[in-house]
Ligand binder design. Structure first.
Ligand code: FE2
Length: 372
């Protein structure tokens, strides 16, 4: 007998099972890989480059629990990867999603208006096969559909296992909770329509400039989710304020639309953030006064306030529970992409109650850069 969940699944033309990997184009993948191992606790997984028959690039794949990060650098100046890096600096190129059938995912999305970026193909080696395809989304970002149910190797054909003598401890990062895109003025609704029409997502939450504004700047945001909620893409666009908003600063320095932040889940945010800070990851800091009336705002929580205050961890509640979160500063020299660390305790929302305190913290950073 079909349950309600099964019915939802069968009516979903693009069933997704989470994020397969995120690929960043970076200036120096060897050094970036070292940073993500040292600072974030990722482990060496796979490698592709000249030694494996790839002539134009190197890619390092890192893993921590269910999260895979691919770092790619071009080996020559005359390539699309080099052009991408010249324009945007380090940033996300591919948000790859796990599917059951990569050929069907391509057919379903392209027939609904999705623009192809990777025609369906099958890669095989002694460990089996990986099927993949891809379509374009905002900016120069692509969604790839990855089908790996018939593959037993470390990552995918074309890659070899990456054995390293340097293996720092993990920090408790588990999987991608959500990925946020910054799009241009008046482009939020067209991209919301893309996720609805081409990918079958639903708009589960909306924030306007009344929700997300400070004295100086504002933004608007809509959260898009796939049917089972495993894949969530909030989309931000700038809104008019007295001064330049954080989304405008991003668009200016990234020179276009792109991924603003990747939120990674943990089961123990206090332990994870403590380790990240000890390894040099820099976080946004809200004023200590944030904690004065915290319990009045969010109600009872299981955690002690003191460690949260010490680490600057933020708390918010919705009608299903609460969440704890914290945002890093940008991880490149351009003020562009950053990470969020999030622990959900029932809450399915995104920390709306923290927006004001957070954006004021971001504006202090913008002012320090002379970009407010
Ligand atoms: Fe977020």
């Amino acid at each position: 007998m079909l349950t309600e969940k099964d019915t939802m699944q069968t009516s979903d033309f693009l069933p997704l099972y989470g994020t397969d990997f995120i690929e960043l184009y970076v200036g120096n993948a060897k050094q970036a890989a070292h940073f993500y191992k040292t600072a974030f606790g990722f482990q060496s997984l796979a490698y592709a480059g000249p030694e494996t028959g790839i002539k134009d690039r190197v890619s390092y794949v890192l893993i921590q629990n269910k999260m895979r990060l691919m770092l790619t650098t071009p080996l020559h100046s005359n390539s699309a990867i080099a052009e991408h890096h010249k324009k945007h600096g380090d940033g996300v190129k591919v948000l790859a999603l796990m599917v059951d059938d990569a050929y069907d995912a391509y057919e379903q999305t392209t027939k609904r208006g999705g623009v192809s970026s990777l025609e369906p193909k099958t890669l095989s080696d002694a460990n089996g096969e990986v099927r993949m395809s891809g379509i374009k989304t905002y900016g120069e970002v692509e969604h790839w559909f990855i089908e790996r149910k018939n593959y037993k190797g470390v990552f995918m054909p074309g890659f070899v296992g990456w054995e390293s003598t340097y293996n720092p401890e993990p920090t408790g990062l588990l999987y991608v909770d959500h990925c946020v895109g910054n799009v241009d003025w008046n482009q939020m609704n067209p991209w919301v329509a893309f996720y609805e029409n081409v990918m079958g997502f639903k708009n589960i939450l909306s924030f306007d400039d009344n929700d997300i504004s400070t004295e100086y700047s504002a933004l608007m945001s809509k959260v898009m989710s796939n049917g089972n909620g495993y894949v969530k893409f909030p989309i931000n666009e700038p809104a008019e304020g007295k001064k330049k908003s954080q989304v405008e600063e991003y668009l200016e320095f990234y020179e276009g639309e792109g991924v603003q932040h990747i939120a990674i889940a943990t089961h123990d945010i206090v332990s994870t953030v403590k380790q990240l800070m000890a390894r040099g990851v820099e976080f946004l800091k809200v004023p200590n006064s944030y904690y004065d009336d915290l319990l009045d705002r969010v109600g009872p929580i299981e955690e002690d306030i003191e460690p949260l205050k010490e680490l600057g961890i933020l708390v918010d509640r919705d009608n299903e529970g609460y969440l704890l979160q914290l945002f890093t500063k940008p991880v490149e020299d351009r003020p562009t992409m950053f990470f969020e660390i999030i622990q959900r305790k029932g809450a399915k929302s995104f920390g709306k109650g923290n927006f004001k305190a957070l954006f004021e913290a971001i504006e202090r950073e913008q002012a320090n850069r002379g970009n407010l």
